[in-house]
Write a protein that binds this ligand. Structure first.
Ligand code: GDP
Ligand code: GDP
Length: 448
């Protein structure tokens, strides 16, 4: 689920964004050569998780020059988002640019939540009434700086988010339901920067005859879900590549890619992240952003280094060194399969399928509590968490939580004193015993 914050520069979008995603590190997407940086981060409210995108601050503050561009960004955000938060500024009042955006937003069929910002006191509250004139209903008044009113906005967002289940119904262009999508099939998504070979891989796997399963209701997305059923493997393959061919402007393209990737990742079980071997050491900031999204969403991951054929003078260790280098960059979570492919030469393409399905199985693996304790308690006894301020920390037992992704709870007398290195120590022991390759693990310490 994607919530986009739109509005002209300086209304306070970033301030609200920071408040919404809280302490969680936001991902900054400062695409080189563009006029803005964009932030996106994951958050939750009343148990609903969603991704927030701040469409960005401009490095140059001239509304005249950028008006057209800003409106185009708003259009993209609207297309891709599930809910749009439209922010205006009570200090300045309604500007031409606010009007222009409101005109776009009034035509939209998605929920739009208008937020009047900088309402820092009750006198300003009165001024917020002028925004009714934008024709977007009753505005929410907030002070993003102090946080007052932002809880109500979060309530409204969660209320407006479409029901997750509704998305699983496939419809045709007229909006008629054609079939219920089989939600139990594994969902495997291919992501990566433009030109790494996503389309080529998808085409190689599916052949020319694609079985298109789900044009999803009410969205304009052209990421296509295809049905794969060969050699004993069955899953839905989500292709995020198609969009590139349609977009001309580079900056729009990046924005589209980011939004598509976020949505596709959220809807996947396993994400195949493609990198280009011919492109230096393979991982750039954009790739790291994608990888962090995968990890934050707790999805399975397989890394595919494509165009291996273009790497010259390969030695025995070339692949291993390449993989080691990538793992160093991905740390701390780097227990990820890395496969070197040449899609054009049909090298190791099926290994990608096997690996993705293995990760899918790993992600479902549940260790019975007795087995887990038999294994882990002796290890803990031998290497207990270090005492803090003379207090002994005792872990009594562990169990897996009934969550859709692998999560372990350790019951402890003083959970607050367990530090990250010990968490990693336990995680590594678990990974050494059970195959969780490709799966982010969560480890919680709870009071007994
Ligand atoms: P953006 O360009 O829309 O992302 O706007 P920013 O979040 O960067 O905020 C622009 C300016 O408005 C900054 O100087 C903020 O400190 C200020 N600002 C943001 N929210 C509030 C608020 O609730 N009240 C007041 N008085 N100022 C605010
Ligand atoms: P996408 O934008 O990620 O979907 O990338 P495409 O699948 O469209 O591929 C971009 C270009 O890279 C095309 O010209 C492909 O033929 C080429 N390409 C894809 N895979 C390989 C590969 O394994 N080796 C080489 N040499 N070229 C490849």
């Amino acid at each position: 689920m994607i919530v986009a914050i739109v509005g002209r520069p300086n209304v306070g979008k970033s301030t609200l964004f920071n408040r919404m995603v809280g302490g969680r590190a936001a991902i900054v997407d400062a695409t080189e050569g563009t006029t803005r940086d964009r932030h996106y981060g994951k958050t939750d409210w009343n148990g609903r998780e969603f991704t927030v995108i701040d469409t960005g601050g401009f490095t140059v503050n001239s509304e005249d020059i950028f008006e057209k561009e800003i409106c185009r960004q708003v259009e993209i955000a609207i297309q891709e988002a599930d809910v749009v938060v439209f922010m205006v500024d009570v200090e300045v009042g309604i500007t031409d640019l606010d009007q222009a955006m409101a005109n776009i937003l009034r035509r939209v069929k998605k929920p739009v939540i208008m937020v009047v910002n900088k309402v820092d006191n009750s006198a300003r509250n009165l001024h917020s009434f002028e925004f009714y004139g934008l024709g977007l209903g009753e505005p929410f008044t907030v002070s993003s700086m102090s946080g007052s009113g932002t809880g109500e906005v979060m309530d409204a967002i969660v209320e407006a988010l479409p029901n997750e289940k509704e998305q699983e119904i496939a419809v045709d262009e007229e909006g008629l339901e054609i079939k219920k999508v089989n939600v139990t099939l594994p969902r495997i998504t291919v992501v990566g920067r433009p030109n790494v070979g996503k389309s080529s891989l998808t085409n190689a796997l599916l052949g020319v005859q694609r079985n298109i399963v789900t044009p999803i209701a009410g969205t304009t997305r052209d990421a296509i879900d295809s049905y794969y059923n060969k050699f004993g493997y069955e899953f839905t393959l989500i292709d995020t590549a198609g969009l590139r061919k349609k977009q001309k402007v580079n900056e729009d393209l990046e924005f589209y890619s980011v939004l598509r990737s976020i949505r596709a990742i959220e809807n996947s079980d396993v994400v195949i992240m493609m990198l280009d071997a011919s492109n230096g050491d393979g991982v750039d900031a954009q790739d790291m952003n994608i990888f962090h999204l995968i990890v934050k969403n707790k999805k399975g991951c397989v890394i595919v280094i494509n165009k291996w054929d273009l790497v010259e003078n390969k030695q025995t260790n070339t692949a291993r060194d390449f993989a080691d280098n990538i793992k160093r960059k991905l740390a701390p979570f780097n227990d990820v399969p890395i496969i070197f492919t040449s899609v054009t030469d049909k090298q190791r393409i099926f290994d990608v399928v096997k690996s993705a399905m293995q990760v899918y199985e790993n992600r479902k693996r549940r260790v019975p509590t007795s087995q887990l304790n038999e294994f882990i308690l002796p290890i803990i006894e031998q290497t207990p968490p270090p005492a803090v301020k003379g207090k002994y920390i005792r872990i009594k037992y562990a169990t897996m939580l009934p969550s859709p992704t692998p999560s372990f709870a350790f019951f402890v007398n003083l959970p607050q004193y367990i530090k990250d290195p010990y968490r990693r120590f336990l995680e590594n022991k678990i990974r050494a015993q059970w195959d969780y390759t490709g799966c982010p693990l969560q480890i919680f310490f709870r009071q007994k």
